[in-house]
Design a protein around this ligand. Structure first.
Ligand code: NAP
Length: 298
């Protein structure tokens, strides 16, 4: 899917430290958010240092961190596969301390709205002593076009997931990326802030799949399964028992209605309304994102 970031870089008012000669480390740079953060950062004139295992950076191997961080001004942190992973807090805290020691002035952590399991990682960042911003995102709209859920929908025409009738304001990742880049480049304006970002409209998973079905003309359906049953399915597909248990716990709480509300972070930071799920669907359908043989990023 071709995407053009609407990010305009720094805002030119007080609190801006300028992007000239600014080097930013982008973790997860081959992933859904990192790819877009890197794109938006380059569009804003930053020098981007892409970091993932493909470039020798491994969250689970501390000896790989210093080479990536040294000489950088700021970093975007996206912990795989989930910020609520029991190992995330130790890793985020240790990386934040190492970054501060190496002179990396500002860290922006991607977190999740309403995810209690994510709080230890957030606290590890905020307690590390450096300048920080946490961007807590709603469910990504792009979960429906990239990654395992999208693959299931494309290939089988059905999405099976433990989300019931609670509405979720799916957020477009271009908005997330633009907010992250604003936090990285706007001086201390967003330092010490938790920015919650969502899309502008609540939709159930069933309604989201129905919108995609209408736009593509395909018979795509959504089927609810209780979280425990979903966990058993995952274990059957070879997902390690501990990870399946974590996901059962996560989805059992995240999707219980606590997140059925809008957040105003996109409007506050970017001065514009967040993109609607309908735009994501129209553009994805036009790009063939849900064609049976398509792959991520079609
Ligand atoms: N999905 C949602 O709706 C949602 C909502 C809010 C927050 N989040 C948060 O988003 C984060 C995930 O971000 P994402 O969706 O952009 O990622 P993603 O698409 O799942 O991609 C993962 C990225 O991390 C890299 N990676 C994987 N293992 C690594 C390791 N051991 N060391 C270093 N890099 C590694 C991968 O590249 P390589 O394979 O090259 O290493 C890839 O670039 C999670 O923390 C999650 O909690 C997700």
């Amino acid at each position: 899917m071709t995407e053009t970031s609407a990010h305009k870089g720094t805002d030119g008012t007080d609190g801006t430290d300028g992007t000239k000669d600014m080097t930013v480390v982008v973790t997860g740079a081959t992933g859904r958010t990192g790819r877009r953060v890197a794109e938006a950062a380059r569009a804003a004139g930053l020098d981007v240092r892409a970091a993932s295992r493909a470039t020798g950076f491994d969250w689970r191997s501390r000896s790989t961190w210093a080479d990536v961080l040294r000489g950088a001004d700021a970093a975007y942190l996206a912990y795989p596969t989930d910020v609520g992973d029991p190992e995330a807090a130790d890793a985020v805290g240790a990386l934040a301390r190492e970054a501060a020691g190496l002179g990396v002035r500002r860290l922006v952590l991607l977190s999740a709205r309403g995810e209690d399991q994510a709080r230890p990682a957030e606290e590890a960042l905020t307690g590390a002593g450096g300048q920080w911003t946490v961007v807590r995102a709603a469910w990504f709209a792009q979960n429906f076009s990239e990654g395992p859920l999208a693959e299931e929908l494309r290939q089988h025409g059905e999405l099976v997931f433990p989300a019931g009738e609670a509405g979720e304001p799916f957020v477009d990742l271009r908005d997330v990326a633009d907010v992250v880049v604003a936090a990285l480049t706007s001086g201390d304006r967003y330092a010490g802030r938790v920015l919650e970002v969502s899309g502008p409209r609540l939709l159930t998973f069933g309604e989201a799949v129905a919108e995609i079905a209408r736009a593509t003309g395909r018979e795509l359906t959504y089927r609810y399964v209780p979280a425990r049953e979903y966990g058993a399915n995952l274990a059957g597909f070879g997902v390690p028992e501990e990870e399946a248990a974590f996901l059962v716990d996560l989805f059992g709480t995240l999707l219980d209605g606590r997140n059925a509300r809008l957040s105003d972070g996109v409007q506050e930071v970017l001065g514009r309304a967040p993109a609607d799920f309908g735009r994501f669907v129209r553009e994805g359908a036009a790009a063939g994102a849900w064609a049976p043989g398509a792959s991520d990023g079609a």
